[in-house]
Design a protein around this ligand. Structure first.
Ligand code: ZN
Length: 284
């Protein structure tokens, strides 16, 4: 078995990543690029996503409002303190609306699947937050973490087309990086766990990257970045993604009915996506 030095492995993986995102001139378009590159139908055939791959036309990605709260398992290779921190920081998203919404229901200490060798293996019956210390051999070695998601195109080709999620997982790259709750003394290659989890949970809720580096959805951080609260822009972006959850309480009933009315809905092909989170200083 050929074993490459770590630095070379990272460079090679970086090349793959670069090719993956080569059509993307702008980091906020990574979601769209990832989607257009990764869109596949149920037969696993890669496709252009029905010609909807233009970067200026990023699709809305969201859960159905009645999918909440999402059941999320926190892998048992997080310590109890780390697990509690992940739950705690997720409340930032739950408090993003004018009215509190219970978005997540956590079950701690889910067993870590040992035989999972690629992202898609994590699409099992459990949506989880995992720390993977083997990482994936052929790609994304320089990514701190990834969120992968699965869903369907709803109303394909129509102006109101969006992607409705039905499964997502957050996987932290514990092979090449470590994660900490100790933010007092930054250590090279060691990242604030809360910052990473808060960012990835934004993807899990359907949010793309943001160009604005004051937001949690900025596409990269350094080892000294501690950004474990949401900015007003982050909250606004989540509200915009979930109009049915963000209306004032007196409007909720009518809007929810409209939102949940499936009679007009056309369910299109299955879509998968992987969004990665980088260390900032990596030379792209
Ligand atoms: Zn990201």
């Amino acid at each position: 078995m050929l074993r490459l030095p770590r630095s070379l492995t990272i460079i090679l993986s970086h090349c793959l990543l670069f090719c993956f995102f080569v059509s993307c001139g702008n980091k906020s378009q990574q979601l769209q690029t990832a989607l257009s590159e990764n869109m596949s139908n149920k037969n696993g055939q890669s496709g252009s996503g029905g010609g909807n791959g233009s970067a200026s036309n990023a699709p809305v990605v969201r859960w159905n409002a009645n999918a909440f709260p999402l059941n999320i398992a926190i892998s048992d290779n997080f310590t109890p303190e780390e697990s509690a921190a992940a739950e705690e920081v997720s409340q930032e998203w739950e408090q993003a609306f004018d009215d509190y919404h219970h978005l997540f229901r956590f079950s701690p200490y889910a067993p870590t699947p040992s035989g999972y060798n690629k992202f898609s293996d994590f699409r099992d019956g459990v949506m989880g937050i995992y720390k993977n210390d083997r990482w994936f051999p052929s790609q994304y070695a320089d990514a701190l973490a990834i969120t992968q998601f699965f869903g369907h195109r709803i109303n394909p080709g129509r102006e109101d087309e969006y992607i409705e999620l039905d499964h997502a997982d957050i996987i932290l790259n514990a092979r090449y990086f470590s994660f900490t709750l100790d933010t007092e003394y930054p250590v090279y290659n060691r990242y604030d766990l809360k910052t990473v989890v808060l960012h990835e949970m934004g993807h899990l809720l359907g949010l793309p990257h943001s160009e604005d580096n004051t937001t949690i959805m900025a596409p990269s951080i350094t080892y000294s970045t501690v950004r474990n609260t949401l900015s007003s822009k982050d909250r606004y972006n989540l509200q915009k993604n979930y109009p049915a959850l963000s209306v004032k309480s007196f409007d909720v009933e009518a809007t929810s009915e409209e939102y949940l009315d499936n009679s007009e809905r056309i369910v299109g092909e299955e879509v998968t996506g992987v969004i990665e989170f980088h260390e900032k200083d990596y030379p792209h």
